[in-house]
Design a binder for this molecule. Structure first.
Ligand SMILES: *Cc1c(COP(=O)(O)O)cnc(C)c1O
Length: 360
């Protein structure tokens, strides 16, 4: 089965092989060495990050990484402004509310761009200490433009927290230019590892401050203290670490994030072209979208369930829309181990399904 959902992804043979490694206790030096190796590799995915950022690994899904970032760095004695134009922005706001942290939202309709003039007004009008934003809003596929957001934050001395769960490793993250306080991501999207391992790249100065954590498990400083020597306060997903280690090697050998973005773009463009020939239109213009995910309108009269089931019978798992978009759209992600032959088979399946026309 080829997974065209936005994580988890279809695994490569090397990553699958890594899962067959020796049993390993997380209190043994081999595990500490593995942890330190992964942190080093994560800090070098974007070489500009290596000088000023430390990776902190925890066992959780991507949301756990984001929640740990907010738990640790969003202050009780400040206010975090969440920029929201999709499900994952809304989720960050819900996390801050659950943590009892002061927070405000600047919300756009799903798929719309972040309103920079409204952001400038909010930053001038309110006492905002932190801004939290999603880089790639997986709800719609929109890649939020963070250059201007980061510039406004820098101008006001506001700290920037980024959910890069679905962009880390597949899009440009400007650590040197944006100077984010922290960036949260996961093993099982653009990095092609397995679910269960999340991580946060945090600026050194942030790691030297007291924690704002309202949770024991989601306190990154607790992890950081131990991880400097490779240890972890809690049992980690050992096999997930082994898979991520192998996946990061593969990323580097394949040319890093830039080559991966190029590959995703080519795949996404090929899918979009086939769909366009079949009369299927995208939700957003291609230039607004991330490299690895696009959202499309369902063909008139065709249900998501029908399209999903037909494609699944052909060996491909696509992804539904969320919330109010669920009845109208479907999503196709192009991350993971997808061969040229897989892509051709997908295009062929799409052509056949669309040509056969509408059935329920
Ligand atoms: C996938 C994703 C998450 C986390 O989802 P999990 O299901 O918890 O892994 C968070 N933010 C974005 C933008 C995502 O795409």
């Amino acid at each position: 089965m080829i997974l065209l959902n936005p994580g988890p992804v279809t695994l490569s043979p090397a990553v699958r092989q890594a899962l067959q490694g020796d049993d390993l206790c997380h209190r043994e030096p081999e595990f500490a060495a593995l942890t330190l190796r992964i942190c080093q590799k994560l800090q070098h995915v974007y070489p500009e990050a290596a000088a000023n950022y430390q990776a902190v690994l925890l066992t959780a899904s991507g949301s756990g990484g984001v929640e740990a970032m907010l738990s640790t760095f969003a202050p009780v004695n400040g206010c975090t402004l969440v920029l929201s134009n999709g499900v994952y922005g809304e989720r960050m706001l819900a996390m801050l509310q659950a943590q009892g942290k002061p927070c405000l939202a600047l919300s756009q309709r799903w798929g719309e761009a972040i309103d920079l003039s409204a952001l400038a007004i909010e930053l001038a009008r309110q006492q905002i200490s932190h801004v939290a934003v999603v880089h790639h809003e997986t709800t719609t596929g929109r890649l939020n433009e963070l250059d201007a957001v980061a510039a406004l934050c820098r101008e006001k001395g506001v700290a920037l927290l980024i959910d890069a769960v679905s962009s880390f490793g597949g899009e440009w993250l400007d650590f040197a230019g944006w100077q984010p306080l922290a960036v949260a991501a996961t093993a099982n999207k653009c990095l092609h590892g397995i679910p269960g391992v999340a991580f946060v790249l945090a600026r050194q100065d942030a790691l030297a401050q007291p924690s704002h954590a309202t949770s024991l498990y989601l306190d990154l400083l607790r992890y950081y203290r131990d991880q400097r020597q490779g240890w972890s306060p809690f049992t980690q997903a050992v096999q997930g670490f082994m898979a991520l280690d192998a996946a990061l090697d593969e990323l580097q050998m394949a040319g890093g994030w830039l080559a991966r973005r190029q590959q995703y773009r080519q795949r996404s463009a090929a899918v979009a072209e086939t769909l366009a020939q079949g009369g299927v239109s995208p939700l957003l213009a291609a230039e607004l979208c991330s490299s690895m995910l696009r959202t499309y309108h369902l063909p008139p009269g065709m249900s998501y369930a029908y399209l999903h089931d037909q494609l699944k019978a052909a060996g491909f798992v696509i992804y539904a829309g969320q919330g109010s978009l669920a009845a109208e759209v479907f999503r196709i992600a192009t991350m993971g181990e997808i061969t040229a032959a897989d892509l051709q088979a997908l295009q062929q399946a799409l052509r056949q399904i669309l040509a056969a026309g509408v059935c329920a």
